[in-house]
Design a protein. Sequence first.
Length: 319
Amino acid sequence: MKSTSLLASFWLGAVVRGAASFAPTNYHLHHTTIKQKRQQQLQTSLYIRGGGDSMSSSSLSSVLGPAADAVGSALVSGTPLRAVGGMWAVSSLALTLLSSFDISLSTLTSSTPAILTATTVIYGLRLALFLLLREFSVDSKRKQIKSFDKTPRLKRTPLALSVSLLYAFMCSPALFALRGAVEAGSVLEKIQLVSTSVAAFGMLLESVADQHKYEAKRKSKETEDKFVGPSTWSYKLVRHPNYLGEILFWVGLFGAGSVSFGKSIVAWLCGSLGLAAILSIMLGSSGRLDTKQQEKYGGQPKYEEWKDAAKYSVIPFFK
């Protein structure tokens, strides 16, 4: 019961922050007719009954499914404030955890769970600021801002609630890591340390890959239909190293928190659902982006040469 009530409180915080992701009237997933139909399905697949009743769905998958699909679709379509608000939700949830557990500066530099949570704060803030900068400084992204959907806020509430639940599940390993310390010098502590390092490395890889791609797009004077890269550095390893960094971050976060789950069914269920959802989002988004790039740049020598060199989409040695 303790874990359930603690996570419920955590989700309530996520609701406030997750709803902020959808506060501006700019929710827009796709521009084509087929994709607009998917958006309508997303908006109608979840609803909340009046009088404080539970959601119409009887399973968590029907709640997380539309939320994960919405986030993944938006990654490809480039909806800006959706992503900015989402990453602010992640960082503010982590900040709330640090504040709730009274983490001091000395603890922040010596406690692995505290370092993990602080890394989550930095991850969210960095990505939110980057996305905001990109949307207002890259021409192709700036054009998208003018075509946002004007869906009424009330109609977006169910989706905002489900996405906030997704954020809470994704961040829940940090909550349990802070709540349940592992024995010093134990194997579990070593696993937690390695996992935290993986999360930090993933954040760094994503940051470098994001900046690399941003510079290539921003400096290019070519038309949008001509491939300009990037095709060097981490983009020689896989075609979407920023997605690889994202995956490593969330896998590391889950690994670092899972050593504190113990026998808590709530912890394992929520953490696993959050990880499964973000993995599905990243892998699905990379596949859609590959298709989009092939349709846009297919046949161009520079693109074909890069695609032949970077054989793997997201995960090395896995096509």
